[in-house]
Ligand binder design. Structure first.
Ligand code: ASP
Length: 422
């Protein structure tokens, strides 16, 4: 099966998933055809995600160790670090500003009756986590026993340990060559497994989209249509205009070329709503289709999958203003600044799994005195919104790897001394 046909199959799977989903929702939940169809879709969709999860942790671990270790000199390491973190912060800040602007302009939620949602709010227990606690928790989750983190699939802690081990390999140099070679070969094997799993992608994507479309509550969607439109509109603006512009002006890559290289990952992100589950495919797209060097991709992509979430950051900002509108509260400029900062933290702290942004949303709400319980209003429509924001989260990681590669190469040339990254 060649590359082109796999891409075509994925697009076909996407289309079929949506069409079958619409057909099932027209037949209704009671029909046996729908029930059987949904049962099979659940089996296939879960199998696909399970396979991706199976390779996730070994992949994150080896790709970061190898990525960092191959940077070889401290100088190179610093440059990659700084460019990566700078890119993440910049794009998330832009996303939040876009979200705030859209929410101020369209004022979603100002016409809705809060009473409609009171029932939903009553049954919901918001987990109380004020900012200092959140920060302490975040810091604590960074450093864990690596064996436990690997076993429990704690991606953030695995990332941190792998970073440190990679740095130690750089500092230790030649003496630890064997370990580096071992890691490199292990990474290659895992990437081979990812290649195999990709053959299931068209079916997995079809199954996931089918379930998504068939199980949406249309009444709720029409009620919240304005909010949904603002979120999706702003998210698409970021994904289709802001990020492609940054990419184009830094690397010269056209949006079409980017889309061709990134579509497997973007469609998978849309269907799975999980940056972490998509990570094996994101890494494959970065290296094989977009030609990002393994050292850069292996560093930027896994880190981005846990930290860099433009779509989530943008969503948290709009959602906070939406809830304020529902309550009839107008947030001042200062309060919106707090939303800005906490949305960034909340997006960075959200793990790349479905609806994670919803949980960290509590932090943003509490920071400006809004009730955490209000996320009960957002939960039923989150499955839908999560698709778009996860896609943009993953897009941000891919764009990031290309931009960082360019920045590092440029600074190598201008300094004329550093080894070009191989
Ligand atoms: N589902 C998102 C992701 O995996 C996180 C979120 O819920 O915002 O990137």
């Amino acid at each position: 099966m060649n590359k082109i046909s796999l891409n075509a199959q994925i697009l076909l799977g996407t289309l079929m998933g949506v069409l079958l989903g619409l057909w099932f929702s027209m037949l209704g939940q009671e029909s046996t055809v729908t029930q059987n169809g949904l049962y099979v879709a659940k089996l296939v969709g879960t199998l696909f995600i399970d396979l991706l999860r199976m390779v996730l942790i070994p992949l994150v671990f080896t790709s970061i160790v190898v990525g960092v270790a191959n940077l070889r000199s401290h100088q190179q390491m610093n440059r990659v670090w700084l460019s990566t973190l700078g890119f993440f912060a910049l794009t998330m800040a832009l996303a939040i500003m876009l979200g705030l602007m859209a929410a101020n302009l369209f004022q979603p939620g100002s016409g809705l009756q809060l009473a409609l949602f009171q029932d939903a709010m009553q049954g919901f227990q918001g987990t109380q986590m004020p900012l200092p606690d959140f920060f302490a928790h975040f810091l604590h989750s960074l450093f864990q026993n690596p064996i436990a983190a690997l076993a429990q699939g704690n991606v953030l802690a695995v990332v941190v340990f792998a970073l440190l081990l990679g740095i130690a390999l750089v500092v230790g140099g030649q003496r630890y060559r064997n370990i580096l070679i071992l890691m490199q070969e292990f990474l290659e094997l895992i990437l081979m497994l990812v290649g195999w799993i990709m053959h299931l992608a068209p079916f997995g994507i079809m199954a996931l989209l089918l379930q998504l479309v068939a199980t949406q509550d249309m009444n709720l969607l029409t009620l919240l249509i304005q909010f949904i439109a603002v979120v999706i509109g702003a998210t698409l603006l970021h994904g289709l205009v802001v990020l492609p512009l940054i990419l184009y002006f830094t690397t010269g890559m056209t949006p079409l070329k980017f889309w061709r290289g990134a579509r497997e990952a973007l469609i998978t992100a849309f269907a799975t709503s999980s940056s972490a589950a998509t990570l094996p495919i994101t890494l494959r797209c970065a290296e094989q289709h977009l030609h990002v060097k393994r050292d850069i991709a292996g560093f930027v992509i896994p880190l981005g999958a846990t930290m860099n979430m433009d779509g989530t950051a943008l969503y948290e900002a709009i959602a906070a203003l939406f809830i304020a509108n529902l309550m009839g509260i107008e947030l001042s400029f200062m309060q919106q600044l707090i939303v800005f900062m906490t949305a960034m933290l909340a997006a960075m702290g959200a793990p790349g799994i479905p609806s994670a942004g919803m949980v960290t949303m509590v932090l943003v709400l509490q920071a400006v005195g809004l009730p955490a319980e209000a996320i009960a209003i957002l939960l039923p429509i989150d499955r839908l919104l999560d698709t778009f924001r996860t896609m943009v989260n993953v897009e941000g990681d891919l764009v990031g790897s290309l931009v960082v590669q360019k920045w590092v190469a440029t600074s190598n040339i201008s300094k004329n001394g550093g080894d070009p990254i191989t």
